[in-house]
Design a protein around this ligand. Sequence first.
Ligand SMILES: C[S@@+](CC[C@H](N)C(=O)[O-])C[C@H]1O[C@@H](n2cnc3c(N)ncnc32)[C@H](O)[C@@H]1O
Length: 304
Amino acid sequence: MSHVPVLLKEVTEALAIRAGETYVDATFGRGGYTQAWLALGAKVIGFDRDPQAVAEGQKLAAANSNFRIIHAPFSQMDQHLAAASVAGVAFDLGVSSPQLDEAARGFSFRADGPLDMRMDPTQGHSAADLVNQLPEDELADLIYTYGEERASRRIAKAIVTARTEQPITRTLQLAQIIRAVMPKRPGEIDPATRSFQALRIAVNDELGEIERGLKAAETILCPHGRLVVVTFHSLEDRIVKTYLREGAARQGNPSRHAPMTPLAPARLTLIGKQPVTPSKAECAANPRARSAKLRVAEHTGEAS
Ligand SMILES: C[S@@+](CC[C@H](N)C(=O)[O-])C[C@H]1O[C@@H](n2cnc3c(N)ncnc32)[C@H](O)[C@@H]1O
């Protein structure tokens, strides 16, 4: 199973790759980005928390001494690499095609599998744990917040009713419970889409990972190193946009009652005013690219 990298050319250009310098592929996946950077003479360190992605990375590392892979969440990259040691870090957020396509991983509402959704199945709680254990109001809040699902209360109620009969352990079992209270309308997405997205985000603490990952990346970037991020939905993009904007602003006094101190210099410089989006041709060839947005910043060398 392969993964077609999104915005590959744009991400690679944004990193301004120089041969011999070291770059971090924070979301190795199947190595689509990494391979392109290695071909330009870069050294690459890949991170992924999915053991299957890491196994693919190990094969590549055995064949190419300019690459190594680390099995860890990207929020921990600063624990593995020295401060100011790399020329660029790129994130390609979300799940990979192999994760979605393999029913046994439990991400898909189209194929039956165990209701798991963990990118790293050796850590944390599965989606089944959340669905069977959370109180109804917490489940509704989770589906509303991470799925932006307006029918969250109705869905949470249906889940809690169903689980009193028998535990919810399969992806299609959950999808049917949702579809039963939210019939599919012609031309609309599958009613289970937003709830599955919400569970996936919660199970993997995806939004917390982004916040911590951006901070960790900033720590390991050398002055003028590039921070490059591809997001796939508004919750991800909002966090990245806010983080980059704050980093690019000069830091002022916390309180107007405090004595005036000079403004601290900005830590980041934004590259490009608007996010880069894929071409029509890329979206036609790879539907996964449709919602992608690329944001880029350069480290000024100022510490936070
Ligand atoms: C969209 S795919 C990346 C695809 C990659 N650019 C390629 O061309 O093959 C995202 C990958 O990031 C990994 N991932 C997501 N969140 C992560 C995190 N917080 N820490 C480490 N890896 C993560 C997933 O396991 C998945 O393999």
